[in-house]
Design a protein around this ligand. Structure first.
Ligand code: 4AD
Ligand code: MG
Length: 466
């Protein structure tokens, strides 16, 4: 079988030898026609930020009838020879020997005909925005982060477990779940006041998961260190630059870890991911630093090179109250910190990442381990500049009696969590874990301001077009 010998532009720009024959395929970014009867094509195939410059001589076959259709956005296949480029900004160029138009893009209607569209506009054409420099770079960095996440855990012997997407338990206990049902709700609304869940697909109410943690705990307490990494869903009505209704979360879970071990792992995890992206995507990172946020490389270096501050919630509250800073929301012990408080700590006060821990039990989920003070739990949040909370985690309550008490205290039904509590009956061990929101990590690393621009197809209240 003969294989098409297709070279990707990233590889070509990196180390193609002069005079080599190549075939490249991609999308035209621009075409310029010279008065002397030849054309320049800037070709991009998404493999890297840079375009390949192609010189098409007027005397090659098909030039006359094809070249006018080779417009911005059109797809082409080009065979040619690699030459040293006399122009600035590129090592090589390709001199075309054949040119084939694959798919046209009518200049009158192609939305990316001109550069410089706003991110708001591009969100409305999420099917085309990956053809822009910014979204191509985000896609590559996001991919690099995912690879780095797997490498980090795989190289430490963690098992990748796939936890369910449809579930009947509410891990965070916040009641912010999307229901999954095959019942005909429109009909039921007319004929029934009460719903008989036994008639539903699973015989009881089910929903999309908000977190794979509870199921990951069953594997951590059997096969050891593990992680789940997949989509999670929150039906919270938050219209902020840091919330999505569907986002990806990586959740490691480790038996025999106490909270400090958990913090150590989280810190080294964040630093490793940043280091990997800086090593593996230098060109894209240069672009972000130049075009998106001029401080992003500096911020990332700062995170990588400093130890994270570790501060109990109670001390953070005192610090905020005594800061003299005027906040929109008051700071009060027993209340969740607002993003403005978190950002003050990490951006202004400490100017580096902060791990807050030992939060009031009343504001945290049922599964977190209770401290002896009767007031706080072994929770931790990792806060980073510009984002605020990037990781949330805890040591888990491993004592059956305390866990049952907490489930009741949180107004939940212990019967619904029978399998989870059984982990505490049979060989219970101290264990811990955390969750990192992938999109928040992509935001931190790229400097992109809005979380809707770091996931291919964002889902937010009122928005699920694509
Ligand atoms: O703090 P959260 O809610 O923690 C959990 O779900 C735990 N079960 C994790 C664990 O211990 N295994 O969420 C964890 C992280 C947050 O720190 C944030 O980065 C991200 O998930 N996150 C969101 N990202 C985007 N949009 C949302 N609506 C998010 N909610 C949480
Ligand atoms: Mg949280």
């Amino acid at each position: 079988m003969t294989q098409i010998k297709l070279t990707r532009i990233a590889a070509l720009l990196k180390d193609a030898e002069f005079e080599k024959s190549v075939t490249v395929k991609g999308w035209v970014r621009t075409r310029r026609d010279s008065k002397n009867g030849f054309s320049f094509i800037e070709l991009n195939d998404g493999s890297c930020m840079k375009n390949l410059q192609v010189i098409v001589d007027g005397d090659i076959p098909a030039y006359a009838e094809t070249i006018k259709s080779v417009t911005t956005g059109a797809s082409v296949s080009i065979e040619g020879t690699v030459k040293e480029s006399p122009g600035k900004g590129q090592r090589i160029e390709v001199h075309a020997t054949t040119l084939q138009l694959i798919g046209k893009a009518d200049p009158a209607s192609f939305p990316l005909q001109k550069k410089g569209h706003s991110f708001e506009f591009l969100r409305e054409i999420a099917h085309l925005r990956p053809r822009t420099n910014s979204f191509g770079a985000v896609a590559r960095v996001r991919n690099c982060i995912s690879r780095s996440i797997h490498n980090f855990f795989q190289s430490r012997g963690f098992l990748y477990v796939n936890t369910p997407i449809i579930t009947t338990s509410d891990c965070e206990g916040a009641g912010e779940m999307f229901q999954v049902t095959t019942l005909d709700l429109a009909r039921l609304a007319k004929v029934q006041t009460e719903i008989d869940w036994k008639q539903d697909f699973f015989g009881k109410p089910a929903a999309l998961t908000v977190s794979g943690q509870l199921e990951a705990e069953t594997y951590a307490t059997s096969v050891g260190d593990c992680y789940t990494f997949g989509p999670t869903f929150r039906a919270e009505n938050s219209n902020t630059t840091r919330h999505l209704a569907e986002f990806w979360m990586v959740e490691p879970e480790m038996p025999f870890y106490e909270l400090t071990d958990n913090m150590d792992l989280a810190e080294s995890f964040v630093k490793t991911i940043i280091g990997d992206v800086l090593d593996q995507c230098p060109e894209d990172m240069e672009f972000f630093n130049k075009r998106i946020d001029k401080t992003v490389l500096e911020t990332l270096d700062n995170i990588r090179n400093n130890e994270f501050i570790r501060l109990p919630y109670t001390e953070a509250v005192e610090l905020l109250q005594n800061s003299g800073h005027k906040f929109d929301y008051p700071v009060e012990w027993g209340h969740d910190l607002q993003s403005e408080h978190e950002r003050f700590l990490t951006e202004e006060h400490f100017k580096q990442p902060v791990i807050l821990f030992d939060y009031p039990r009343t504001i945290k989920p049922f599964y977190m381990r209770c401290n002896d003070d009767g007031k706080t739990v072994r929770a931790m949040d990792v806060l980073v500049p510009r984002i605020g909370e990037i990781i949330g985690g805890s040591q888990r309550e491993e004592r059956l009696d305390v866990l049952l008490q907490r489930i009741e205290e949180c107004g939940m039904n212990p019967e619904d969590y029978w399998w989870y509590t059984e982990l505490r009956k049979f060989g219970s061990v101290p264990h811990s874990g955390f969750g990192l929101g992938l999109e928040r990590a992509v935001q931190l690393i790229t400097g992109m301001a809005n979380i809707r621009d770091v996931i291919p197809f964002p889902r937010t209240p009122g928005h699920a077009e694509f």
